[in-house]
Design a protein around this ligand. Structure first.
Ligand code: G1P
Length: 294
């Protein structure tokens, strides 16, 4: 089978970030750091580690900081060089050398489906990976790579899913599937943010997708859905009516960094894994536990 390589990724980053006000009054939520790296950098690094070559970030108003972050910063680099801060210099210049990143504006926040549809010209008829920056995935094999592997085998759209507690199904797109082999499902249906009693399962879409190019036709056909927004899940449903679709439970840890609790969990877990701050931070948490403060 001649399957087109997945070379391109779309990262929608146009949301208003109201859950993180007042931090997001002047700072894009995707730029809030987890330890010392903006959330969106984790996502870009995941895409690149998975073999993605070109990235389109869909931005909204007041998101210039994202463009600046991935751009070259001559003054800063010169200053670090002069002061002999080679480690920091490497960390900073690595970011601007990372990849070919393109930007497009979503002028009104009409929903995730609308944001992804901004990538139509960028996709040029190729399959695309879509990564939502609200979810930080910490996986041995990059999360989106696990899904590209399925795409390369079956040549169809692949949704990344994980089981969530029943109390959380109404926050997600939920998939009804038939398990073909361990962790791989044939999608039967999906629904965006169902009420608990109407959810077809507990398999939640976790913000990682590999999608065939026909999605863009479907995105042009959808009408406002859950929350009055143009929903990617509704377009996927239309696509599903025409093409087979799979869902894959991904292996690794997931942090919903779009919620305050999830953001704090990501910060603690990722800090503990770091060689520089990890040992000191672990000792501090131990001390807190011993003193009965947590
Ligand atoms: C979006 C999708 C939803 C998915 C979720 C994952 O919702 O519409 O299907 O489950 O991301 O984070 P949002 O969180 O943007 O409302």
């Amino acid at each position: 089978m001649n399957v087109k390589k997945v070379r391109k990724a779309i990262i929608p980053a146009a949301g208003l970030g109201t859950r993180f006000l007042p931090a997001t009054k002047a700072l894009p939520k995707e730029m809030i750091p987890i330890v010392d790296k903006p959330a969106i950098q984790y996502i870009v690094e995941e895409a690149l580690a998975a073999g993605i070559e070109e990235i389109l970030i869909v931005i909204g108003r007041d998101k210039a900081a994202i463009e600046d972050h991935f751009d070259k910063s001559y003054e800063l680099e010169k200053d670090l060089e002069e002061r002999g801060k080679t480690g920091l210099l490497q960390a900073v210049s690595k970011i601007s050398d990372m990849a070919d990143i393109h930007y497009i504006r979503q002028k009104s926040p009409l929903g995730l489906g609308h944001a992804v549809n901004k990538g139509r010209v960028f996709a040029e008829g190729e399959p695309v990976a879509v990564l939502l920056p609200d979810e930080i995935m910490d996986c041995r094999t990059p999360c989106i790579r696990q899904m590209i592997d399925v795409y390369e085998e079956y040549a169809c759209t692949v949704l990344g899913v994980l089981r969530v507690p029943e109390s959380e199904v109404e926050n997600y797109g939920i998939v009804k599937g038939e398990e073909l082999e361990k962790g791989l499902y044939r999608v039967i249906d999906m629904v965006e943010k169902p009420k608990r009693e109407e959810a077809p399962s507990d398999l939640a879409i976790i913000g990682r997708y590999v999608i065939t190019p026909e999605i863009f036709e479907a995105l042009s056909e959808i009408r406002p859905g859950a929350g009055g927004e143009l929903q990617l899940t509704d377009a996927l449903r239309l696509l599903h009516a025409k093409q087979g679709m799979l869902a894959r439970t991904v292996e690794g840890s997931r942090y919903d960094s779009g919620s305050k609790a999830g953001f704090l969990q990501a910060t603690v877990e990722l800090a503990l894994k770091r060689e520089d701050v990890g040992p000191e931070f672990r000792a501090y948490l131990r001390r807190m536990a011993e003193e009965g403060r947590i």
